[in-house]
Structures are given as C-alpha cells and as structure tokens.
Design a binder for this molecule. Structure first.
Ligand SMILES: Cc1cc2nc3c(=O)[nH]c(=O)nc-3n(C[C@H](O)[C@H](O)[C@H](O)COP(=O)(O)O)c2cc1C
Length: 177
C-alpha cells in the first residue's frame, strides 16, 4: 500500500547530486559551503543553476562578487563535506577547519580546492530569480580536473545526513558528442 510522504521529504527523492562545494572570496575572506541543489542547463558554454540560501554567508559573497567555484569532492572527503555544510563562514575559517587547500583560480577570485577531483570556475550571469528563489544562474568559464583522481566516487545526498556513494557504471551508445 502506498504511504503519504511528508512534503518536506520530497527533496530526498529528487536530489540530483553529485554533492558539490561552492567557494567564494569576499573582502579577502575565503569561504566554502556544501551545495547539492544544482542543475545543468546548457552544454557549452556550460551553464548551471544553483540555489544558495539567503541565510548562508556564501549568499552575500556570491551576490557581492558574482563569482564562485564549484568544486567536486569524492568519497574520501565526505566527512569534511558534512562539516562544511553544518558550519558557517560567518564565524569559521572552513578551509582551515576542514584542512582543505585553497588554490588560486585563473579567471575568478574564488579559490579552487586542491583536494577535489574537479573544479569549475563560475561567473553569475543572471540574478533575476535570486530575490524570489535564491536561484543563481552560473556560467562555467574555466574547468579543471585532477588526473590523480581518475575514477572518483561522488556523493549523492539522500537527506538528513545520508548519502549514496557513486557505484557501478554502465554505458550505452550515445548520439550525443
Ligand atoms: C549535503 C548538504 C547539501 C547542502 N546543499 C545546499 C544547497 O544546495 N543550497 C544551500 O543554500 N545550502 C545547502 N546546504 C547547507 C549549507 O551548506 C550550509 O547552510 C552552510 O553552513 C552554509 O555555509 P556559509 O554560511 O558559510 O555560506 C547543504 C548542506 C549539506 C550538508
């Protein structure tokens, strides 16, 4: 028999993952937040939508600078990802607290995270939906991957601190490039 699901639990079913880290740099302060509400919108140039809550310290930094980095952590960083998502840059230096290494990006002021298997330098290109939905449209202007992490196992949020770790891969012929 089907059971009614509380509406507050719906997000757990639709979380797309992978869980990402979003870095910002405002007034010379580097910060990181955990981000799982993001969505691809275009192949090239890559466009991404993401929700950054107005309650987060990162919201002010992103609004001020219109730049960020989306960094992708693999399984070995899971504990740090949770720690970063449960503390605020308002009162914590999260790079130091999590023991992560900021690295200068090429095109944006926000830092790359050296321990992540991929880093996407992003510029905010559209803020029309920020006031109503905290939704930022980003364009990826530079992208980096770490060849020392060839098969990263990504994290996928199932809500309330539960995650799935990327598993078996299956491939099919694709007509897309
Ligand atoms: C797994 C996970 C996913 C999260 N995804 C988001 C998200 O997509 N958008 C958001 O605004 N906050 C998200 N958060 C919450 C922020 O990471 C959290 O509020 C953080 O403390 C904000 O840091 P800041 O105040 O330094 O910006 C997530 C937290 C966790 C643990």
């Amino acid at each position: 028999m089907l059971q009614e699901l509380p509406l507050g639990d719906v997000y757990q079913l639709l979380e797309p993952g992978p869980v990402a880290l979003l870095t910002t740099a405002a007034q010379d302060r580097l910060n990181i937040m955990t981000l799982s509400w993001h969505m691809m919108m275009e192949f090239e140039p890559p466009r991404v939508a993401c929700i950054v809550s107005a309650n987060n310290h990162s919201f002010a930094a992103l609004t001020d600078t219109l730049e960020c980095v989306i960094a992708l952590p693999a399984r070995h960083l899971a504990e740090k990802v949770v720690q970063i998502g449960n503390t605020s840059g308002r009162d914590t230096d999260k790079f130091a607290a999590a023991g992560l290494t900021p690295q200068a990006a090429w095109q944006v002021g926000a830092p790359l995270i050296a321990e992540c298997f991929a880093n996407l330098e992003c510029r905010v290109t559209d803020t029309r939906l920020v006031t109503d939905y905290n939704l930022f449209i980003l364009e990826v202007v530079e992208a980096w991957t770490d060849p020392r992490q060839p098969n990263p196992k990504t994290l996928h949020h199932h809500g309330y601190g539960r995650f799935a770790v990327d598993g078996e891969e299956i491939s099919f012929a694709s007509k897309m490039r």
